[in-house]
Write a protein that binds this ligand. Structure first.
Ligand SMILES: [Zn+2]
Length: 197
């Protein structure tokens, strides 16, 4: 990846935000912004621009590692938003189904494999299938309802494994393998290459 960094600091009397700009050959200009109220690393894609917010104590390196994980999906999303290939979703209908189905499915997996989470929320995120905070709050995108079942299940199990490991280290993958019959990486690959039909 050829990237170069131009950094600048917004210097207020009290530093409110510290930003860094990264030029990326696939994703264009990426803004990394430390925010006082940010608890997690969050990638946003808005009007074709990628931005990442991170906690003040977070590291840019980690933010960029996090970005790598989502790179194929971001590229795909950018292409899709250009060609408007995203399916038209009757939001109210799907959201209702998602609110019912996804928490139930998550709870079943948690019981089955003895995971513990605090709460689950259904989001409208198109760029993230799911996330898990350090407080073990799980967010799931209602677009999961449009994925083949085994891929949606993979996302649920992936987030449940984050209640144990808040990273993507070898222990995390070992755990995820143990609940996906050793297919964790294969399912990740399949999810990344998934195209809306
Ligand atoms: Zn993850």
């Amino acid at each position: 990846m050829t990237t170069f960094l131009i950094l600048y600091f917004t210097t207020f009397a009290v530093i409110k935000t510290v930003s860094r700009i990264v030029e990326d050959k696939d994703l264009g200009t990426i803004t990394l912004r430390k925010r006082l109220n940010a608890r997690n690393y969050t990638i946003r894609l808005s009007r074709g621009k990628v931005s990442i917010s991170l906690p003040v104590c977070g590291s840019y390196r980690r933010a960029l590692d996090f970005l790598e994980e989502y790179r194929p999906r971001l590229i795909k999303r950018m292409e899709e938003s250009r060609s408007k290939l995203l399916p038209v979703v009757e939001e109210s209908v799907w959201r209702e189904k998602a609110e019912e189905y996804l928490p139930l499915r998550l709870e079943n997996f948690a019981k089955m494999y003895d995971f513990h989470y605090t709460s689950v929320k259904i989001s409208k995120s198109r760029t993230r299938w799911g996330s898990c905070s350090s407080r073990q709050t799980i967010n799931l995108s209602f677009y999961l309802m449009l994925l083949p079942g085994h891929l949606a299940d993979y996302v649920l199990l992936h987030e449940l494994c984050h209640t144990v490991y808040m990273n993507h280290g070898p222990e995390f993958w070992k755990l995820l393998d143990s609940v996906t019959k050793g297919r964790a990486k294969q399912l990740r690959k399949e999810l990344r290459s998934y195209r809306w039909g």
